[in-house]
Design a protein around this ligand. Sequence first.
Ligand SMILES: Cc1cc2nc3c(=O)[nH]c(=O)nc-3n(C[C@H](O)[C@H](O)[C@H](O)COP(=O)(O)O)c2cc1C
Length: 168
Amino acid sequence: MKKGIIILGSSNSDGETRKIVSYVSKKTYYPIIDLKTKNISEFDYEFKNIEDDFHPLIKEIVNNYEIIVFATPVYWYSMSGIMKTFFDRISDCLKIQKETGRKLRGMEMAIISCGSDKKLKNGFHMPFIETAKYLGMNYISDVHCWIESETIPISVKNELNTFIISIQ
Ligand SMILES: Cc1cc2nc3c(=O)[nH]c(=O)nc-3n(C[C@H](O)[C@H](O)[C@H](O)COP(=O)(O)O)c2cc1C
């Protein structure tokens, strides 16, 4: 059993992506970090935002977990803006927090997406796969989900159950 953490990057803390991550968290016991509740500002070339919530959070992650499960809604065919800001801030770890950056090496990454469409457009996962590669992380799996009548459809639950096995 791995030590994992789920990073939720939705604009709605109680929305559809939350429903999916709650399902995954119940089965894996992986805690959920809701980026919406954090004060994480956009990447700053002058690092004037060093005091915001990003550094304590990324340090907690690299020091305590083996796998990061990023969960994002699909907004305009891409990851959410909140999630993208988190990824942009990982650049801090390559420039001023190098020790933290080094600890990302060898960690695992998995992706949960949630959209209204049942299929993702080609290329959705590319930024995650390439970022994992750049950081020396192992990209292990992904799953795409959607919600129907406010619940997780059986076919999505089946996909999620396979995904859950892959991340444990
Ligand atoms: C700004 C915005 C853009 C969206 N763009 C897409 C999209 O490109 N493809 C898609 O399948 N769904 C799209 N949707 C629908 C959401 O991905 C879908 O409703 C998702 O389940 C919402 O999750 P949330 O409640 O966590 O935000 C969009 C929704 C919003 C608010």
